[in-house]
Design a protein around this ligand. Sequence first.
Ligand code: URA
Length: 248
Amino acid sequence: MIENNIGERLQKVIAQAGIASRRHAEQMILEGRVQVNGKKITSLGTKVQPEDKIAVDGRVLKQKKEENVYFLLNKPTGYITSATDPRGRKTVLDLMKDVKARIYPVGRLDYDTSGLLVLTNDGELAHRLMHPSFGVEKTYRVSVKGNVPSEAIDRLRKGVILEDGKTAPAKVRILTRQSQGSLQQLEITIHEGRNRQVRRMFDKIGFPVVALERIRFGPIILSSDLKIGNYRAMTANEIRLLKASVKL
Ligand code: URA
């Protein structure tokens, strides 16, 4: 049972189990008749996972499991990755209105970042992919003004000190040198998932990021046939690889 984006609303799960309508399920929660893992729940914001034990009036309920679905989206800039935004900005789910399952993005990409995003309703997989202990690698294509000197690249490789601590060693590769009117492009691979990490790392070495695109997430590579703003279901092989990368 968790209080974040992952999982299904308790009242929905009760309704799906066929015990009551969603409205009636809400009422039962407010009346204190519902327990999750032995704890009485009276708030409607609670989300549950398939493994949670839900009881209504003391009777344990059989959760009907929604089929797991897995998607890849090539996120454009100008979209946020949370499910809702108090500031009314567009979210990545606005690009996926045809998907009926209750999917959510795995990890976050900034409003100004484009590229590969995995979305699923598989809570266990999402949890593992985001958990630092699995160290899932993410690769980004970074554009900066000017040519980053090799000493500065070495600093990224060794780890730079940010306000939330030193970054783990990153893999960095130069893709292009700056020429007249163009930016330098580099590739950086990190396995931590700190907020705005790549931007902050490049700020630290004095080369603010001009454009940022994620091109790899664990074993999944963004291919050129997935156009920006488009999404597709992951293949069975991609799902297998992604699960295997976090020992599932
Ligand atoms: N690092 C960033 O700075 N931004 C992202 O969106 C992803 C990684």
